[in-house]
Design a protein around this ligand. Structure first.
Ligand code: BES
Ligand code: ZN
Length: 635
């Protein structure tokens, strides 16, 4: 591995040496040598960690619901190289009023020009300071924050705020070094209106909050070093229900019972995950079920996974999403992609691990169904990025100069998972599981790169046996587009019958003559996706009437149906699409549906425009950014 030339070996050694973790269960150093390799250079951050690096962030902020801004101060503890004169932070549209040292002496600072993707470098002259206090406010349109009106919540009485940091959005509300390789411990003191509750991705020190004249104050602490995109907050009318000794669910009162029922097996799931890849290291594992505009299925914020309400199907059929976010407690939160070029190290490992958790929870056949659906998603992902030979069909990406979001496709998830499954079969499950477990231990609380993984596999998995490595072709898997021929495609036995039912239906058989009464959600989704994109209006009406697809409460089934209906320009489904798209803002559903409508030219474009005009104001900025691009929408 070549070190970046301007980092002297001595400086590197000094930085690594003085960065030992403080808590016993984080035995590994916080700065890993991998951070200083060429592949670990983060093009999406202005930070120069080899010179001055943020170690701890202390937030003291007020959530101002009238102005829709977070305002207050961030105190940063720095680790500096000998002679370091300045620290460079990431900022995007932050309004910085004053920066001082710990004694309150003003420090000179400047916001550089920056660019539209990364924001602005915030450079502070240190004058020897190792602690700085940044007084600032977020901008009203900060991309990480969504401020919801009472009408956008379940209870309709109180406003709501939530943040979404991944990938590079946290710099719109926290002035720190916003790079996944620069792990930081943090704490926060948050003041909110007195009728609201604040929760964060950290230990909650004041569960009830403390009254002050202006409202209620909540305190939080994260004493494990985390990537800064994992700092998250939500403020609203929130209640908690315990699910197990270290698990529970937060949500609005109107959603609490439903949520607790849906996730009743959470404690078991955490134990299942531990049984696979070692101890859960974050203490509690709670869920937060957000309002419907939450742009993702889930977000793995440490100790507190953020979730879309669309995962609540009423029958626990979509809990693999929880398995996914839980798996990130190892792949992603413990071992973290050093840069967004290696996003697959987070998502591919997690998608593989998710499937293993589901196998442990619900058995091999369910896991095979989920993996088989994943295989189809992978093929769709290749099509979406311009074919399997496109650059974006690689696992390791080159996102320099691009928005990291552009590279965050299902290729990372599904090709990544298939790759790991292929290794599993090549070396055997026992050896592979032992390796993975040791991998999470070896790299706990550290950044990782593709090159770092390959080196580690050579040492600790292949034991110098080049033939296995060659047989798998690990470099081809990671650095070349498409799927190598040795890819392991897990097939669900039950899908054979589903696929033949789909063929029969396409060939003219009536829906009522298909006995789908025992089909699982995964089988229903498979059936809908297996149907040809060209059916007659009578066939679509038959499907809709027989299985009530247009009003399906299961979001995955509703989505699969609407994709089929749109591909067929099926007018009667327009109202259902309208209701679905204005009722939630989960990007995975919203964006493909709008794109599909857009593709239907004269028929679909006006429908898309009409629905989007209504829905857009309710969406989170990340969903808006994606759909604006797809529809060529000018705000
Ligand atoms: N970490 C991701 C969400 C994410 C990805 C946020 C990229 C920002 C940028 C999360 O773990 C995730 O993958 N969520 C999926 C669900 C999962 C079951 C595939 C989602 O949102 O649909
Ligand atoms: Zn994920």
């Amino acid at each position: 591995m070549t070190l970046r030339k301007f980092v002297s070996t001595a400086l590197l050694a000094a930085l690594v040496a003085c960065s030992g973790a403080k808590n016993e269960n984080t035995a590994a150093p916080q700065s890993s040598p991998v951070l200083f390799t060429e592949e670990a250079k983060d093009m999406h951050s202005f930070a120069r960690p080899e010179e001055a690096r943020v170690k701890h962030v202390s937030l003291e902020l007020t959530a101002d619901f009238d102005a829709k801004v977070m305002k207050g101060a961030a105190t940063l503890d720095l680790e500096t190289a000998p002679g370091a004169k300045e620290v460079v932070l990431d900022s995007k549209n932050l309004v910085v009023s004053r920066i001082t040292d710990a004694e309150g002496r003003a420090l000179p600072f400047a916001l550089g020009k920056g660019d539209a993707i990364r924001g602005q470098p915030l450079t502070v002259q240190l004058g020897g300071a190792k602690k700085i206090v940044v007084n600032y406010a977020s901008a009203p349109g900060a991309a990480a924050l969504q401020w919801l009106s009472p009408a956008q919540t379940a209870g309709k009485q109180h406003p709501y705020l939530f943040s979404q940091g991944q990938a590079i959005l946290n710099r719109t509300w926290i002035p720190t070094q916003d790079s996944p390789g620069i792990r930081q411990t943090w704490d926060a003191t948050i003041t909110v209106p007195e009728e609201l509750t604040a929760v964060m991705s950290a230990e909650m020190l004041t569960p009830e909050g403390e009254e002050t004249d202006g409202g209620r104050v909540f305190r939080f602490r994260m004493d494990k070093p985390v990537a800064p995109y994992l700092i998250a907050i939500a403020v609203g009318d929130l209640e908690f229900k315990e699910l197990g000794p270290r698990t529970g669910v937060w949500t609005e009162p109107a959603m609490l019972e439903k949520s607790a029922w849906e996730f009743a097996d959470l404690e078991k799931m955490v134990s299942a995950a531990e049984g696979l890849y070692g101890p859960y290291r974050w203490g509690r594992y709670d869920l937060l079920v957000l309002p419907p505009s939450f742009p993702f299925g889930g977000m793995e914020n440490p100790r507190l996974t953020f979730l879309t309400p669309t995962v609540i199907a009423g029958d626990r059929s979509l809990v693999s999403l929880i398995a996914h976010e839980l798996a990130h407690s190892w792949s992603g939160n413990l071992v973290t992609n050093a840069t967004w070029d290696d996003f697959w190290l987070n998502e591919g490992f997690t998608t593989y691990f998710e499937n293993r958790i589901m196998e442990a929870m619900e058995g091999k056949e369910r896991a095979a169904m989920l993996a088989d659906l994943g295989w189809s998603d992978m093929e769709q992902a290749f099509a979406d990025v311009g074919g399997p030979q496109s650059k974006d069909a690689q696992l390791h990406l080159d996102l320099d100069g691009r928005d990291p979001d552009d590279g965050m496709t299902n290729v990372a998830y599904e090709k990544g998972a298939v790759f790991l499954r292929t290794i599993e079969q090549a070396v055997g499950r026992e050896k592979w599981d032992a390796y993975l477990k040791s991998y999470f231990d070896r790299f706990a609380f550290q950044p990782q790169t593709s090159a770092g993984l390959i080196a580690d596999m050579r040492k600790n998995l292949f034991d110098g046996d080049e033939s296995v490595e060659k047989q798998i072709g690990i470099e081809q898997w990671i650095y070349q587009p498409g799927v190598p021929r040795n890819a392991v495609h897990l097939k669900a036995a039950s899908f054979a019958a589903i696929d033949s039912a789909a063929r029969a239906f396409a060939g003219g058989q009536a829906a009522a003559s298909i006995d789908a009464s025992k089909w699982s959600t995964q089988e229903r989704v498979r059936f809908l996706n297996a149907l040809p994109r060209k059916l007659t209006p009578a066939q679509l009406a038959d499907l809709d009437a027989t299985w009530k697809l247009g009003s399906a409460g299961n979001s995955e089934i509703r989505f699969a149906w609407l994709m089929l209906a749109v591909a067929n320009r099926y007018d009667p489904a327009t109202a259902s699409a309208d209701q679905f798209l204005t009722g939630m803002g989960r990007r995975k559903f919203v964006s493909p549906l709008f794109e599909a409508l857009e593709k239907q030219g004269d028929w679909g474009k006006p429908i898309a425009a009409g629905i989007y005009a209504k829905a857009r104001p309710g969406y989170h900025s990340v969903t808006i950014a994606t759909v604006d691009k797809a529809l060529g929408w000018k705000a």
